[in-house]
Design a protein around this ligand. Structure first.
Ligand SMILES: [Zn+2]
Length: 428
């Protein structure tokens, strides 16, 4: 087995070294170009790309430099590749929580590859994975950087930090089984000192972000409430330690009190924010805390109600949140809180990500233009990458999608992208 793997690797390296070295230039002829949702769209435009970066954006169609490959996209609108700041590439939808005891890290790596491909085919050229097996994530990130297969750029948070018995702690098994899984996951902490140590270990594993479970969660069997789970002191320790290591913090939080505590502790993003009150929204605005509403997750779990997918305890929590769909998002928007695009894909099937746009319009009151900004310029800024992605401009990564129609008028059309380029690679 090992011999076969090595032989395949040697063969792959031989093919790679036989390929011509040097700049490959592509010229894209688009009917319409949105360089940034806030800017006026351009008409017929030529975008020139070399080695994964945009070189120029010029009005009209020109042939570009000699030898350049021309990609014709007549009738199409080209815009920046989409960014999803909340995915879980390592898992698929369903209520089968017991898979925790069955699936290996190697299997999760395979699931990562499958879902990364689906995600980029849907037009999402950058994602932040906020909960995945760290070893499987590190392997995925390394392979995608090498360009071994079609995938988005991936930032990752590893295993979410959880209080014992909290949303991301192991649950639902007999104690001996839980003891083994708990040792493998090693993602719980109690008190400021333990939590600081866990942040340091997570960053040592290579995580780009720290994800914490600030409150209980909907899909977990163990936690009975959606209220604040980590103490104020624990959250403060996590955030301060992450800051000292140059890493940002994302907090899963449903209950208003948990959102407020995480905000006051200084987290960068609130994930879900289901019950954010107008008052807490104002505090988020003051602190510059970003909301990632993940409305698609609520729609997704709602679709599974009454089908025997979820346990009665989980069904009860789903019903409790569904009546409040979009409430936290609307309160945040009204207070001027920055909202970034995120879907919680994994809870819903990967590749459905763009359904979030319609939910942002219907349930959070956004215009198409506003919704588009959440998945481009705003998301790029939240990820600290606004000089590289989220816009089409010279020097930016050649991440773009083409659609029929005008996504500034109807963002739902992004559910059907016609063409995708990720870091200069055309996706099949
Ligand atoms: Zn999630």
């Amino acid at each position: 087995m090992r011999y076969v793997t090595l032989a395949a690797l040697v063969a792959a390296l031989a093919v790679m070294s036989a390929a011509p070295v040097g700049a490959q230039t592509r010229v894209i002829h688009a009917e319409r170009v949105i360089t940034d949702p806030a800017a006026a769209p351009m008409g017929r435009t030529t975008i020139t790309e070399t080695d994964g970066k945009i070189v120029s954006i010029e009005p009209g169609w020109n042939a570009g430099p000699a030898g350049a490959e021309v990609i014709e996209l007549p009738g199409k609108t080209v815009m920046p590749g989409l960014i999803d700041t909340h995915v879980h590439l390592g898992f698929d939808p369903g209520g089968d929580w017991w898979r925790d005891a069955i699936d290996t890290d190697e299997w999760t790596a395979m699931v990562n590859v499958k879902n990364a491909k689906k995600t980029v085919e849907a037009g999402f050229t950058t994602v932040r994975d906020v909960g995945n097996d760290p070893r499987a994530s590190a392997a995925l990130v390394r392979a995608t950087r090498e360009g071994w297969f079609e995938a988005p750029r991936v930032l990752w948070a590893g295993m979410p930090l959880s209080p014992i018995g909290g949303h991301a702690d192991v649950h639902g098994f007999r104690p001996e089984v839980m003891a083994v899984l708990d040792k493998h996951n090693a993602n719980t902490c109690t008190g400021a000192v333990e939590c600081a140590a866990l942040v340091r270990r997570t960053v040592r594993e290579g995580a780009d972000w720290i994800k914490i479970m600030a409150t209980g969660g909907v899909l977990s069997q163990g936690d009975k409430s959606l209220g604040q789970a980590f103490t104020d002191e624990e959250m403060k320790s996590i955030v301060d330690t992450a800051r000292s290591l140059g890493v940002h913090v994302a907090a899963h939080a449903h209950a208003d009190q948990g959102v407020r505590a995480a905000t006051l502790a200084g987290v960068d993003t609130i994930e879900h924010g289901t019950f954010i009150s107008p008052e807490t929204a104002r505090i988020m605005k003051t602190h510059g805390t970003v909301l990632v509403p993940t409305l698609l997750a609520f729609k997704g779990v709602g679709e599974g109600l009454g089908k025997g997918i979820y346990t009665p305890a989980v069904e009860a929590k789903i019903r409790m949140t569904l009546g409040h769909l979009g409430e936290g998002c609307r309160n945040a928007r009204a207070a001027g809180v920055t909202i970034a695009f995120g879907t919680d894909s994994g809870v819903t099937a990967h590749g459905r990500n763009a359904e979030e746009f319609g939910l942002m319009e219907d349930n959070c009151g956004m215009s198409a233009k506003e919704a588009l900004a959440t998945a481009t310029t705003t998301a790029a800024k939240v990820l600290g990458m606004d000089q590289q992605i989220g816009k089409l401009a010279p020097g930016y990564s050649a991440d773009m999608v083409a659609v029929d129609g005008d996504p500034l008028k109807d963002a739902r059309i992004l559910q059907k992208v016609e063409w995708v380029m990720a870091r200069g690679q055309v996706i099949d």
